[in-house]
Ligand binder design. Structure first.
Ligand code: RB5
Length: 144
């Protein structure tokens, strides 16, 4: 199950991402908004909580820049939300950071690239090894 959320700036993008993922066979939990003006931190919190409580495997958040969503999602314990606007980062944030949420900016990238980023993010596994040690160091910071 993939959790997805957006604010008003990301709504059209979210619809395209949902169509794309549904066609590929993913199950989607759509946590809003529905196009109305809204406050992105509330949506980020919903998506983050559904990822952390394991109702969803990964999360996708879309706002105008992706920045507000990533700042907000990263406030939730255990979230590693990565703002991505290039293919390499979307791939390596899975390989090296074990990112569990990807954020995108609907006003900064095109939908074609966004769908490629979603695909590589969802299809790439964490490498583990030395990277696990670094994730553990981040977890230690959260637990202070
Ligand atoms: C909404 O206008 C905009 O501020 C929001 O979508 C996002 O870009 C915030 O980071």
């Amino acid at each position: 199950m993939i959790a997805i959320g957006c604010d008003h700036a990301g709504y059209e993008f979210k619809r395209e991402v949902i169509n794309h993922l549904t066609e590929k066979g993913y199950e989607i939990m759509d946590l809003g908004c529905n196009g109305e003006s809204c406050d992105y931190p509330l949506i980020a919190e919903e998506v983050a909580e559904n990822v952390i409580n394991k109702k969803c495997d990964k999360g996708i958040l879309i706002c105008g820049t992706g920045i507000g969503m990533s700042i907000a999602a990263n406030k939730i314990h255990g979230v590693r939300a990565a703002l991505c606007s290039d293919y390499f980062s979307a791939k390596y944030t899975r390989l090296h950071n074990d990112a569990n949420i990807m954020c995108m900016g609907a006003r900064t990238i095109g939908i074609g690239l966004a769908l490629e980023l979603v695909d590589v993010f969802l299809e790439t596994e964490f490498e583990g090894g030395r990277h696990q040690r670094r994730i553990d160091l981040i977890s230690n910071m959260e637990n202070k």
